[in-house]
Design a protein around this ligand. Sequence first.
Ligand code: URA
Length: 434
Amino acid sequence: MRPYELIKAKRDGQVLQSPDIRAFIDAYTKGDVTDYQMSAMCMAVFFRGLNAVELGAWTRAMLESGEVLDLSETKGIKVDKHSTGGVGDKVSLSLAPLAAACGVPVPMISGRGLGHTGGTLDKLESIPGFRVDLSVADYRRLVRDVGCCLIGQTATLAPADKKLYALRDVTATVDCIPLIASSIMSKKMAEGIDALVLDVKVGSGAFMKTLDDARTLARTMIGIGNEMGKKVVALLTDMDQPLGRAVGNSLEVIEAVEMLRRQAPADYTEITLALTSEMLVLGGKAKDDAEARKLLFAAMDSGAAERKFCEIVKAQGGDPAAITDLSKLPRARTLVPVLAPQDGVVTAIASEAIGLAAMMLGAGRAKSSDVIDPAVGFMLEKKVGDTVKKGEALVTMHVNDDARVKEVTERVIAAYALGAKAPAQRPLVLERIG
Ligand code: URA
């Protein structure tokens, strides 16, 4: 079928045949299907969806548009974690060294922040010298010798997704479950893993605003993974307020190291432990959550997890002294408190608005060519359920450029809802699907 006929068939709700999907995506990767044709196809998929067979063919075509890495020279079950993205989500920074310190090899190909969500690569790059652009050969070697490597998507890994994601970003077709699931899973299946833990964020700061949508996305991704012979477990976790207290690149690295020292906020600590525990079980290092947690606490208390973080930093060109002495990480020139306009209890924090305000301060990008400032961001002094007095700090802003302070302050105040009584506490892990 010609591209026009395939687009029309999907627009009219017909089921596409696997060889046609394959040919369409291959032609798009080569440039024979144009961006406007692919945009029309994505919009048709947005409204009509893909059934399980179509989705399998779509994902496989994206996966096989590039190289599928072979990490068989690394012994053990290789397990990665992927988050659908949130605000203050620095889980990968503590989870990767923790899992590696417990003997699970972690090959992790991560992304950059865009819009209101942060990206692991940007956070890691706030560590002086840290390189995320290593070659595939170095990636393979570090997974084998260090037990973990965190890099960015290479040009040869799922190139169809790289092109397609950029297109979806400007054609209002990002928030579409089959397109998100195939995008994430094609990249994850290309990185050489045996098993995967998914952190599907739910709430105001996440792509998935409702539990039902998050469940559907999780089940869709698990289905794709299983069909490709991989074990996949998903935790649906709360993103109705930013995770932990730090939002901003260097600030999040500091909080991640503090987590390994057991000094981090309880919500961030618990979500990291729950996800890493799943990795230890999938990786064959623990028989259940209780046993996994014993290993995780031992790795933190003995210092093994922090030493593993230093080892990873050193292997990727960074300065491990910036981990053992956190004052060596980039710090902003000025701290500016955002003061509560009235007494009350924090009933909600609009995570997406906080993420966007951090972006305005320089911690994130509005477009992919923007340069970020690693030092700036927020420390949330008050979280949902906390009591606050008028004039007390809700947030401390870490600022390098005063020009935006007034506007960012207004946005932070607007993001905080203050009421008379604390809302019912939401569980951090809302559901486990596996
Ligand atoms: N993350 C991805 O990698 N792809 C999507 O489509 C959405 C989030």
